[in-house]
Design a protein. Sequence first.
Length: 473
Amino acid sequence: MEQIRRADREKILSGTDAFALMERTAEALAGTVAEQIPQGGDALFVCGGGNNGGDGFCAAEILRKKGFDVAVLCLAERFSDECARAKAAFRGEIYGRIPRRRFSVLVDCLLGTGIDRAPEGDVKTLIEFINSSGSTVIACDLPSGLGENGVAFSPCVRADLTLAIGGLKNAHFLADGRDVCGEVRLAEIGLTLPAGAEIWEKEDVKKLFPKRKSHVNKGNFGAAAIFAGNPKYTGAAFLAAEACLRSGAGYTKLFAEEPFYSLAVGKLPSVVLQKYENDPQELFQSDAIALGSGAGVSDELYQMIQKILSDFTGILLLDADALNALSRFGVGILKKKECRVILTPHLKEFSRLTGKSVQEISQHAIEIAVKFAKDYGVCLVLKDNSTIVTDGDRTAIIHRGSPALAKGGSGDVLCGFLAGTCARGVSPFEAACAACYLFGRAGELAAEKMGEYSSCASDVIGFLPSAILELFI
C-alpha cells in the first residue's frame, strides 16, 4: 500500500491539510454507512489509534449530527495527531471495552493499509468480535488483517462491504481479498494515485470487440491453431478448439498426429482438422498457436516448443504440459525466440517454472510475475481467483470468475479462447486481459444458471457468447 501512503504524502506536501483529507474520507464513509443502517437501527465504529481510526471518529460524528444512533468502540492507548483531533471532536458515546449491546452495523476502522503481520492483542480481540457479531460489516479502505497483496492474516475482518478510499488496491482483488472484502465500492477523495496495476472492466474489453463491417470474410479474422496432444487426453484439445470457435477467429484449426487424428474425425465439424506429420510449415501458416493442452510431458514436446520459438513469427501460447515441459527441461529457451509468447500457468505451474513456493508467490504475486515477464520477454497470465496479466511493462488484474471454474478442463477453455483472440490481431497483453475477463464472466454466468458445484468446462464454453454480448448492453 506504499502507493496510497505516497499519494497521501504528496497531497499534504502540495498544501492539502491531512485533517482535511480525513474529513473527505469521513464524508464518503458516513454516506456509505448511512445507506446500510436499517430504519430504527444503529452503528458502532470500531476504531484504532491511527488515521483509519480517525476516519471512523469523524464519520461517526457526521452521522451523530444527522440524528443517527452511533457509538465508537476504541481500545487504543496511543493516537496519531489527526486521530486524536477526530476523537476529541466526537460528542457521542465511546466504549472502552466490548459492549454487550448488539448493533445493526459494525464499521471496521482499526488498521487500514500497511499491515505486514498477524494482528495481536486488542486488535486481534476486536477483529474476532467483529466477525462474531452477526452485524453487517463495513470496512474502511481494507478489512483489518488483510495484507498488501491480498493475503489475509489470522484473524482478518470478513466484510460485507469495503469502501476503497481514493482508489482500488491490489489487495481488493488478489488472493483472499475477494473473499474478505465483500462488495467493493470506490470513494474518490481527491488523491492522485501513482500508476500501478490496471483493473480491467467491461469498457476496456469492449474496445477489443468492435462492431464488424458487413464486407468481410473469414480471412479478415485470422487463423488459430490448436495442437492436439496425447490420445489419452483428447478432451483437452477438443475443449480448447471449441472455445476457440467462440472467439471470433476466422479459422480454428486442430492439428493432430495419429492416432489422435483418426479419433478426432467428425467430432467438431466447424473446426479445420489437419493431420500433423512432423512438418510444422502448415502449422506456421496460423496467426496464433496454442500448445500444451493434454499433450503429456516429453522431450519431444520440448523439442517442438524450441522449433516453434525459433521459426514461428506469430503468437505462441504455452499452457498445461507445455509449461511443465519447460519446468522439467529448461525455461531458458524462452529467451531465444522469433515469436511473441504467452504463458498461462496457475500458481502450482508457476511455482515449478520459478522454483519459488506457492506461498511466496501468493504473498508477492505481482512483483514475481512482472520480474519473470521482463526476464524472459513474455506475456504472463498468472491464474488464480483473480488473474494477473503482465508483459513486464503493463500489468492488469482481472477479477471476474467463479469457483465454478475450479474444474478440470477450464484452463483448456481459456487457452483456446485466448488463442482465437490473439489470431484476430489483438496484442498478447490486451488479448490476455480480454480473454480472461470474458472467460471469467462466462464462468459466473454458468454458475448463476447451473450452480458452482455442477457447472463444468463445456458449460462455460456455452456461456462465452453471452459474456461477449453483454459488452454491448
